[in-house]
Write a protein of this length. Structure first.
Length: 667
């Protein structure tokens, strides 16, 4: 009699099945509907193939398309394999390397055969057609266990030099798996996979682009072609994703930045922003806003040096953990008599600051601090530099020079929860002023970290309690804990904003840090007359001005709220007879605090309307002879279908209200 295995199901029931049974067998026993819908299984929590036999008693949860995260991961992995199979079927001799799933799809790195040029966008339609053919063939995807030598021999025999190289580095004796598609094509893979290619929707994927990629990410190695695709569970999801991409392209802050004349970037200052007058107006409005917000929270603004001695960064721990991202300079005047600067090699080293926190500790250490002085809240609009890789730079979203709305709260142990709770309330008010919803997440200790487990336990518990006290640890606020994602010196709370098209952006943060005060020997005199270490709370709301402005531009598609718009109104004439009245209107608007320009050019009014609409000016005040005679203006509001004629005084009142920042409007 064969051995029976006990398989526990999510509803609490237990099924006894013969050894060698699979999750697919149990799905079939439950009913034909589930057998058809099942895509994979979680066996004791591990995602596995539906047809992989149980190895003993286990807990089983069947995965269907309703389990969207697991189902998408499986589908995208399978799309990648189908892509590789299609390319090799169309162009024999193509070498394949790796093809993982991504956040919204998949890619595969391949090398075209020597008989043809590298793959290009022109090849994508043919590859898509072949992929659909493979999917419709409903080829079974079968897991097989091979030895390392079998893998090496196969890849070498077939001229797959990249796969052979990788197989040779796999641990000998470890279970190594391949997945076969149908009877012939196979790839080295850990899995899991769907039961067959037919479980994919042939209309739910699209190949998007090609790019160059180096084997194993090393530019010294052979250059491959990376083919990117997006893959979903059904066509409706694909169409929604493509619509989001189309909408995102319309909102791209780099394109809008050019059209609105806000900023530019160029090679002479790679990764740094040239702010134009219009863009810098937005920057200054944000700076004024956040300055009022933090002053209202009893913060004290400071300014610290751009360059500090490398020994300070060694003490703080950044030199060891962050050195590759720092711009380092010698503390020596170079010899300029030669063709280029010459450094002696004996100079001390300095570094442009990548963050403000060590400098704020040095301010705290000036003079003796008492427990009565705490909490001490320091803030700085601090300019920082980080040596980001060229390929990672992206408009305003990722730069090398940026300014943080940075702050550090030095407090006693008994003050931590209340300080974090107060910051949560401040951040909530700020994000709502900009029209954002958000989720709050707690990033917990990483594997590589400073400090004791006891300190990390306390820090994580304090942040968690503060969020509970602030009423944010709820499903409404997307509360979630993220194991392993904290900084090397502290856990942190993160605020993830959701924009107008559903994308999320991590911006604000507060971190509870007991490590840096210890490393930099910061202390205060307690009520007992003894020296104590303060706890240091690192906090920011915008994160960086550059990135936050980029997010705002894309969130509003350039149509910024009137209070943030660089030009809040333009007075445009229909006829030259109204020029004097237009100047009078502009003068009164300016006197009321409105950022206003006049457009007196000898152009048709429709041309002026189009131009100022492209520049995303919130209000266009059109004046002609009638308006001049009656003391009115025709207000064309950006995005509105019709203009509204109103007395000038009424228009000024309306614009003044809209131009008032939300925090001042509350006051």
């Amino acid at each position: 009699m064969s051995e029976l295995l006990k398989i526990s199901l999510p509803d609490g029931s237990v099924r006894e099945v013969p050894a060698g049974s699979t999750p697919a067998d149990i799905a079939a026993a439950i009913g034909p509907g589930l057998a058809k819908a099942a895509l994979a299984a979680r066996v004791d929590g591990e995602l596995r193939d539906l047809n992989r036999a149980f190895e003993g008693d286990a807990e089983l949860a069947l995965v269907t398309s309703r389990d969207e995260a697991d189902a998408l991961e499986l589908a995208r992995h399978d799309y990648a394999h189908v892509l590789a199979e299609a390319v090799q079927a169309l162009w024999p001799g193509t070498q394949i390397t790796f093809g993982p799933a991504t956040d919204d799809g998949f890619y595969y790195d391949v090398m075209a055969p020597a008989s043809r040029e590298p793959f290009s966008m022109d090849d994508l339609p043919a590859i898509e057609d072949k992929m659909r053919e493979i999917i419709r063939a409903d080829k079974p995807l079968t897991r097989e266990v091979w030895s390392r030598q079998q893998l090496i021999d196969k890849w070498q025999a077939e001229g797959e030099t990249f796969k052979a190289e990788w197989a040779a580095e796999l641990p000998d004796g470890e279970e190594l798996t391949v997945y076969r598609s149908g009877d012939d094509w196979l790839d080295m893979c850990r899995g899991p996979h769907l039961p067959s290619t037919g479980k994919l929707d042939p209309q739910a994927f699209k190949l998007m682009r090609v790019a160059g990629a180096y084997w194993r990410g090393d530019q010294k190695n052979a250059q491959l072609t990376r083919i990117y695709g997006t893959g979903w569970l059904n066509k409706k999801q694909l169409d929604a994703h493509l619509h989001r991409l189309e909408e995102a392209a319309k909102r791209d802050h780099r394109r809008l930045g050019r059209e609105m004349n806000l900023f530019h970037l160029q090679e002479e200052a790679h990764g740094s922003v040239f702010w134009h007058p219009q863009g810098y107006t937005i920057y200054r409005m944000l700076e004024d806003y956040i300055r009022r917000a933090v002053q209202g929270a009893d913060c004290r603004e400071v300014k610290t040096p751009q360059v500090m001695d490398a020994r300070q960064w060694e003490k703080s721990g950044h030199w060891g953990k962050y050195r590759e991202n720092m711009f380092v300079i010698p503390d020596e005047v170079p010899n300029t008599e030669e063709d280029g600067p010459v450094i002696s090699g004996e100079a001390d080293w300095m570094a442009l600051k990548p963050m403000n926190c060590p400098a704020h500790v040095l301010i705290f250490k000036q003079g003796i601090k008492s427990y009565r002085d705490l909490p001490l809240r320091l803030v700085e609009n601090g300019c920082c530099h980080r040596n980001e890789p060229h390929g990672a730079l992206h408009g305003l979203m990722r730069v090398r020079q940026f300014t943080q709305d940075d702050g550090h709260i030095f407090c006693r142990e008994d003050q931590i929860v209340e300080e974090v709770r107060s910051f949560c309330e401040l951040a909530d008010k700020v994000y709502k002023d900009f029209g954002f919803t958000y989720a709050v997440k707690l990033a917990l200790r990483p594997e590589q970290r400073f400090g004791s487990d006891e300190d990390w336990d306390k820090a994580e518990s304090e942040l968690r309690q503060a969020v509970i006290d602030a009423g944010l640890a709820t499903q409404e606020y997307g509360w979630e804990e993220l194991p392993g994602e904290g900084a090397f010196y502290a856990p942190k709370l993160e605020w993830h904003l959701t924009d107008a098209i559903g994308r999320t952006w991590q911006v604000g943060t507060i971190q509870s840090d007991r490590v840096l005060p210890e490393r930099l020997d910061a202390s205060y005199i307690g009520e007992d007359g003894e020296r104590h270490r303060p706890v240091m709370l690192h906090r920011a709301i915008f994160g960086s001005y550059e990135r936050f402005i980029g997010i705002l531009i894309e969130h509003f598609a350039g149509r910024l709220p009137t209070w943030l718009a660089p030009t809040q109104a333009v007075v445009a004439t229909i006829v030259s007879d109204a020029d004097d009245y237009a100047r009078e209107v502009a003068a009164k608007l300016e006197a009321a605090g409105i950022r206003v320009e006049t457009d007196l050019r000898n152009e048709k009014i429709n041309y002026k309307v189009r131009e100022h609409s492209l520049a995303k000016v919130p209000h266009l005040l059109v004046v002609g002879k009638r308006e001049a005679d009656e003391g009115t203006v025709a207000v064309r509001t950006l995005g509105a279908e019709h203009q509204k004629v109103m007395p000038l005084a009424e228009a000024i009142t309306m614009l003044t209200q809209e131009a008032t920042p939300p925090d001042l409007a509350r006051d």
